[in-house]
Design a binder for this molecule. Structure first.
Ligand code: UP5
Ligand code: MG
Length: 192
């Protein structure tokens, strides 16, 4: 398990909601370490000699969830390498069994930050980003599949944490600064 005194915040929300954007701001103001599960998977995919490169790429393109053994291992390594104690775990867990496994093996989450955004808006943002991102999943076919996975498999994770009172919801249908003002308020209350 993680060191005593470790704080984990799960940062969830649909594809393109703005998780990464908001996490970058939180890092500046609250000194959390930002760990995007998607970024860690893309890094592992690009690492020469990785046995998982091809598998990860296929899953990402198809908008499917990479087997959790891989993702949890990457998160654990990144956590211990960082030397930090407060973590924003962005884009993970995406499936109920991943949530339970991570909390059993690593650390219970303190809160779940949920960035709520309508699909229409997320679609617009992702297509725009796709013009320059080079991400293999920023195209209309992959985006549709990502939305489907979010609805069917990842959203129930948010519902689970909501039932036990851990979810802090922020609407993403505003400019970045305004979304951040709301996010910041939550962190001011909890982590100042
Ligand atoms: N933008 C952001 N906020 C805005 C605002 N308020 N107004 C206007 N524009 C805004 O933002 C997306 C775009 O929108 C950017 O261009 C931004 O400028 C703009 P970003 O902050 O990047 O949103 P984010 O929610 O982080 O979107 P991302 O595409 O990263 O979300 P996904 O959840 O789809 O991607 P992730 O990298 O987490 O996962 C990718 C894939 O990896 C998954 O589909 C899956 O195949 C795999 N994966 C796993 O298998 N397991 C995991 O645990 C994690 C990932
Ligand atoms: Mg992201």
């Amino acid at each position: 398990p993680a060191e005593p005194g470790t704080t984990v915040v799960f940062v969830l929300g649909g594809p393109g909601a703005g998780k990464g954007t908001q996490c970058a701001r939180l890092v500046q103001d609250f000194g959390f370490v930002h760990l995007s599960a998607g970024d860690l998977l893309r890094e592992e995919r690009n690492r020469p000699g990785s046995p998982y490169g091809e598998l990860i790429n296929t899953y990402i393109k198809e908008g499917k969830i990479v087997p959790m053994e891989i993702t949890i291992a990457l998160l654990r390594i990144a956590m211990s390498k960082s030397g930090g104690k407060r973590f924003l775990v962005d884009g993970f867990p995406r499936q109920m069994d991943q949530a339970l496994k991570f909390e059993e093996l690593v650390c219970e989450s303190k809160i779940v930050l949920y960035f709520e955004c309508p699909e229409e808006e997320m679609l617009k943002r992702l297509l725009k980003r796709g013009e320059t991102s080079g991400r293999v999943d920023d195209n209309i076919e992959s985006i549709r599949k990502r939305f489907e996975t979010f609805r069917d498999t990842s959203y129930p994770v948010i519902e689970y944490y909501d039932k036990i009172g851990k979810v802090k919801k922020v609407s993403c249908l505003n400019p970045v600064d305004k979304v951040y003002a709301q996010t910041r308020r939550i962190f001011d209350e909890m982590f100042k």
